[in-house]
Design a protein around this ligand. Structure first.
Ligand SMILES: Cc1cc2nc3c(=O)[nH]c(=O)nc-3n(C[C@H](O)[C@H](O)[C@H](O)COP(=O)(O)OP(=O)(O)OC[C@H]3O[C@@H](n4cnc5c(N)ncnc54)[C@H](O)[C@@H]3O)c2cc1C
Length: 604
């Protein structure tokens, strides 16, 4: 057997973002041994980048808010493809998870009377996002990390999991390598939680960092789990577009929540031109009402800039395509205009949006208190993911759990801003608890050592294979460009078929990558090893997108521009078939409980 370290835990958690940390804390609280693995340093997971806030119906700013309104908003935002049970648990439990975070030391922005302040965000009927300026994720990860390291969790940083270890269909651990030295490491575990985040690096323009290569989705798929609704990739409407080196970096929705408006080159607030029927009753029909809403007038309706992300992104694309864009291919996002309405606007903007102020000043030479930003859509989040039981978060592979962005089901066809951070807390906790229970009720798995030899031989091929080979960076870039151009914001069958052909070609080339150097901190080698995951998730996205012959939420098809009521009753599922091919099926949505149906009707 290959030379490698071995660690043994009751529960192994892969990923140290909000979901992984919350799962680790929950499992550890159950008294089982917990190992936590992450690709980068502790504290650097994606969650740290979250800006705008965490959604929870605390009703601190508007007493009309409640879990049932949050549930209805989440379902409407997801165009009713969400798993209703996940949406129910999420809305019910998010307030307790946020209060718990506060009790563990998170310092949120405050209302005048000292409660957690909440801000407006797209698709949320009432101000609902607890926040810390525009650095909410930093506070969240700091708090969870501080709490977690006192719970006796073993942390393995800069360690990438390459494959899950299974026996007779049950998960029994994971195998990976330490990035710094290139040494292999084996984890034996009775239960495994995947909390590896998203897939943004499958696209060229993205707000996601280098880590988000869809590892968890691919690990689970390879181990026999299903992926659900992978066609729904969220293109956040506002990423930076200029200069080219920063293209894709996120501009938080908090800017619009604080009153920022979108305009085109003709100085027109184009979002007023296209308000979908589903939101007509809840949306302001004039700028004055929109401003009154963002400044807390409870009688006013929200401005159209705060419609759901899928819709706002499509409107921006339309403005650009029809020649009304900004000089660098975006539109204008203006928060400086609030000077017309507020005496202390400049100070207010710097206090509420410190990161945005800094980001534009440093990276683009733009002072957002004085002038508009240029923004355009950026690949941001994947609504689809590993299919899990809504209560326990277990996949169909016994002992394998998933939570956070890596899991699917909660958000349906489109996620509302702020609903990810609450998702991490609610379902991270659940996954950790149920994984701990599973580990208590089930014995150890006997692992087949020959698997380890197979995995290490495959992993070392790019370094030890000898001869000339493919450059992994070139394949990665071509894949990202293909996904951006052919399976992007607006899709058409013929282009997606072309993408599938190209992906098959990249798959062949990826088998013969070669990188210079040795195993010690070798980013070329790491890129070569990530390719398999990017290929799996890209194929899942393309195949699911071809199968959904309608336009709904974040999935927009030129050849099927309307919603199809029949397809709206099904989720798209992919799994690996017996001969290794990817199989796509449509599965009817679970029937909605009558009391929840009524909540949705009452909140139209
Ligand atoms: C710029 C930005 C701003 C955002 N703002 C908000 C916001 O205001 N509100 C909101 O609700 N959402 C926001 N989001 C979305 C939200 O931050 C993410 O969806 C969420 O943080 C994902 O958390 P997670 O715990 O699922 O995974 P992550 O935080 O992404 O963590 C994943 C972990 O998995 C590890 N990992 C990955 N692959 C492997 C592997 N193979 N082996 C070992 N470890 C691995 C990584 O190292 C990391 O530790 C934002 C996203 C971005 C990019």
């Amino acid at each position: 057997m290959a030379d490698c370290q071995t660690h043994e835990y009751d529960v192994l958690i892969i990923g140290a973002g909000g979901a992984g940390l919350r799962a680790a804390i929950a499992a550890s609280a159950e008294g089982v041994s917990v190992g936590l693995v992450c690709k980068s340093l502790l504290g650097k997971a994606h969650t740290v980048m979250a800006e705008g806030g965490v959604a929870a119906a605390l009703a601190n700013v508007d007493s009309r808010d409640s879990w049932s309104v949050h549930f209805a908003d989440t379902m409407r935002g997801g165009q009713y493809l969400n798993h209703w049970r996940m949406a129910e648990l999420h809305a019910l439990e998010a307030p307790d998870r946020v209060r718990e975070l506060e009790a563990w030391g998170a310092v949120m922005d405050r209302t005048a009377d000292g409660r957690i302040l909440q801000r407006n965000f797209g698709g949320h009927k009432y101000p609902r996002l607890a926040h810390v300026g525009d650095r909410t994720g930093l506070e969240m990860i700091r708090t969870l990390q501080d709490h977690g390291i006192h719970s006796g969790i073993d942390v393995h940083m800069e360690t990438t999991v390459l494959e899950l270890l299974t026996d007779a269909g049950r998960v029994g651990g994971a195998f990976g390598y330490q990035r710094e030295r290139g040494r292999f490491v084996r984890f034996a575990a009775k239960a495994v939680v995947i909390a590896t985040g998203g897939i943004g690096r499958a696209y060229k323009i993205t707000s996601n960092s280098w880590e988000y290569t869809g590892d968890g989705q691919a690990l689970a798929y390879d181990a026999g789990a299903e992926l659900i609704d992978m066609e729904f990739v969220q293109f956040h409407p506002t990423g930076m577009v200029w200069p080219p080196s920063v293209r894709g970096i996120l501009v938080t929705e908090g800017v619009r929540g604080e009153g920022g408006i979108l305009t085109n080159s003709e100085d027109r607030r184009f979002m007023f031109d296209d308000i979908p029927d589903l939101y007509k009753l809840q949306t302001a029909d004039n700028p004055d009402e929109g401003w009154r809403y963002v400044t807390g007038d409870k009688e006013a309706r929200r401005p159209p800039e705060l419609l759901t992300r899928d819709h706002v992104a499509r409107c921006i694309v339309r403005e650009v395509k029809e020649g009304r864009g900004s000089p660098h291919g975006g539109v204008f996002l203006d928060i400086a205009w609030i000077k017309e309405k507020m005496g202390n606007a400049e100070e207010h903007i710097r206090r509420k949006l410190p990161s945005m102020y800094h980001q534009f000043k440093e990276l683009a030479g733009v002072d957002i208190t004085q002038e508009p930003m240029e923004v355009g859509p950026t690949t941001h989040y994947v609504m689809g993911g590993i299919r899990v039981n809504p209560d326990t978060q277990m996949t169909r592979v016994p002992g394998l759990f998933a939570a956070g962005e890596a899991a699917g089901g909660l958000h349906g066809a489109n996620r509302l801003g702020g609903n990810s951070l609450s998702d991490l807390l609610v379902f991270g906790k659940r996954a950790g608890e149920y994984a701990a229970n599973f580990s208590r009720e089930n014995g150890k798995v006997t692992l087949d050592e020959s698997n380890i030899d197979r995995i290490t031989a495959r992993a070392l091929e790019p370094i030890d294979g000898g001869g000339e080979g493919e450059n992994p960076y070139a394949i990665q870039q071509e894949l990202q460009t293909s996904m951006q151009d052919l399976v992007g914001i607006v899709r058409i069958e013929s282009e997606m078929e072309t993408a599938l052909d190209r992906l098959a070609g990249f798959g062949q080339r990826a088998k013969s990558t070669r990188v210079p150097g040795n195993r010690e901190y070798n980013p070329g080698w790491h890129t070569a090893l990530d390719l398999h995951n990017l290929l799996v998730v890209s194929e899942a996205i393309a195949r699911s997108a071809i199968a959904r012959r309608e336009s709904r939420g974040a999935h927009s098809r030129l050849d099927y521009p309307d919603k199809d009521p029949d397809q709206g009753k099904c989720n798209t599922i992919v799994h690996r078939g017996d001969t290794g091919e990817m199989v796509v099926t449509r599965v009817p949505l679970p029937p909605l409980r009558d009391d929840l149906k009524k909540i949705i009707e009452d909140n139209q």
